[in-house]
Design a protein around this ligand. Structure first.
Ligand code: RB5
Length: 157
């Protein structure tokens, strides 16, 4: 993995993703990423993913962290919650191609994973390629994102 030590990465999980979060944290620390953990800080079967995902998503949208990793049991709830925050482009990732193409074409800034669905080794590969991918920024990509941003701005009215 290429080293990008100055880029802070936000991570969070509810109880459904807690174990995977801890695995990914070790993997990223070994690879010299600086991590900000938005919780959960311990396994609590009664916790709720929005309590962790929304603060993480706000931090990504405010550029307080470079990108985010949001994990719940399936990855679905995390993805739904993250995308409610203006400026967030989150996707539930279950394949290698989408993990980088989502950044390259769509400027994905949060990767969502299912702790009960996707194994450790595959998750690490998805996270690695997601963090190293770069938005291409071609006019067609920007045009599409502007259409989404227009809706976000309208929703604020
Ligand atoms: C929690 O049990 C589970 O519903 C949650 O982690 C997630 O899978 C929601 O999408």
């Amino acid at each position: 993995m290429s080293k990008e030590p100055l880029k802070k990465i936000g991570i969070c999980a509810d109880h459904g993703g807690f174990e995977l979060k801890e695995k990914i944290k070790s993997f990223l620390k070994k690879n010299h990423f600086e991590l900000v953990d938005f919780g959960a800080m311990e396994l609590d079967e009664t916790d709720d993913y929005p309590d962790f995902v929304i603060p993480l998503a706000k931090a990504v949208a405010a550029n307080e962290v470079f990108r985010g990793i949001a994990i719940c049991g399936s990855g679905v709830g995390a993805c739904v919650a993250a995308n409610k925050v203006s400026g967030i482009k989150a996707a539930l990732i279950t394949d290698y191609f989408s993990a980088h193409q989502g950044v390259e074409d769509d400027d994905m800034n949060i990767i969502c994973l299912g702790g009960r669905v996707t194994g450790y080794a595959a998750s690490e590969e998805y996270v690695e390629v997601f963090l190293n991918a770069k938005f291409i920024g071609a006019e067609r990509h920007l045009r599409r994102l502007r259409k989404i941003q227009k809706l976000e701005l309208k929703n604020r009215e």
